[in-house]
Design a protein around this ligand. Structure first.
Ligand code: F6P
Length: 329
């Protein structure tokens, strides 16, 4: 069977929906190339001295791993010259990186978490890269304010998983597609489309070590899952927590489930970043028929107030997300 490449998929999307102008296609191709390079470094691991700490801290005061730094450099460098971007922001950059005026400037804003799941780098568990693309408001400098748009404005979002296979999951607003890297050819090929998240599930993902800090609606939901067949849900639930959002979300795209990193007494705003973790994942999951809220409202409707702001995340199978959200009302 002949499988489509990312380029062929995007050209087909443009033909059907008119949603992928050449500039956006080129931007996504540049990101896909950078992802291949990062994936290669991840695979090399200790052989390329990629494991361990970089001895520095990022903007949120978190210790950076060598791979956090390398992944950020690869993505920034790959996008500098492309001509499609006006500016970019990453978990590792405090302020927007505005494309210098001597370089060609485009009309998109790129937001990224270059290396998601940092705590799993050194233990050989799946990690990834998450990205989101926003339009740059016309006629203005691509400063911090230009980035503060709700997630529903995203024109593309995606994430890579560096696992047993390197995968790239992508949406340009009409469904979600998954590509697998053929390492011999160095090409991503379409391996799943459409992706549909079942509305119901019996599998949840949450870091239970935070239980004592949870708000009552979250505690109630998980207690009911744990009560299984003998509880109000009258069915047994399974639990999975990879601690790499990319891997947990990919599992949900594969067989359904609910993923939660709610705000709690310790993580008062939430733990995950709105602009380059929650928003892209919310768009991807919604494009698969799932739902994503912060426990109260739809993530894609949240008006950001800061580049690196955090948010509670509840996403996955629609009926379960709606249940948790209803418990908060
Ligand atoms: O970037 C945040 C992240 O690494 C996510 O990928 C993951 O879901 C979460 O943190 C894991 O958090 P914890 O360390 O609390 O399990």
């Amino acid at each position: 069977m002949r499988r489509a490449t990312i380029t062929q998929y995007l050209i087909e999307q443009q033909r059907k929906h008119g949603n992928v102008p050449p500039e956006l296609r080129l931007l996504i191709e540049v990101i896909a190339r950078a992802v291949k390079r990062i994936g290669h470094s991840v695979t090399q691991g200790a052989l390329a001295d990629m494991l361990g700490s970089a001895g520095t801290e990022n903007v949120q005061g978190e210790a950076q791993k060598k791979l956090d730094v390398v992944a950020n450099e690869v993505l920034v460098e790959a996008n500098l010259w492309g001509g499609q971007l006006a500016a970019m922001v990453s978990e590792e950059l405090e302020r927007p990186f505005i494309i210098p005026s001597e370089y060609p400037r485009g009309k998109y804003l790129l937001l990224m978490d270059p290396l998601d799941g940092s705590s799993n780098i050194d233990v050989n568990v799946s990690i990834g890269t998450i990205f989101s693309v926003l339009p740059c408001p016309e006629g203005r400098e691509p400063d911090e304010q230009a980035f503060l748009q709700p997630g529903r404005n995203q024109v593309a979002a995606g994430f890579a998983v560096y696992g047993p296979s390197t995968m790239l999951v992508l949406t340009v607003g009409h469904g979600t597609a998954a590509f697998t890297l053929d390492r011999d050819l160095g090409t991503f090929f379409l391996t799943r489309e459409p992706i549909e998240v079942p509305a119901d599930t019996a599998e949840f993902a949450i870091n239970v070590s935070n239980m004592r800090n949870w708000e009552p609606p979250v505690k109630r939901y998980i207690d009911e899952c744990l009560a299984g067949k003998t509880g109000p849900r009258e069915k047994d639930f399974n639990m999975r927590w990879v601690a790499s959002m990319v891997a947990d979300v990919y599992r949900i795209l594969s067989r359904g489930g609910i993923f939660m990193y709610p705000r709690d007494a310790k993580h008062k705003e939430g733990r995950l970043r709105l602009m380059y973790e929650a928003n892209p994942m919310a768009l991807i999951v919604e494009q698969c028929g799932g739902a994503a809220t912060n426990g109260r409202t739809r993530i894609l409707d949240v008006q950001p107030t800061a580049l690196h702001q955090r948010i509670g995340v509840v996403l996955g199978s629609k009926n379960e997300v709606e249940r948790v959200t209803a418990y908060h009302r």
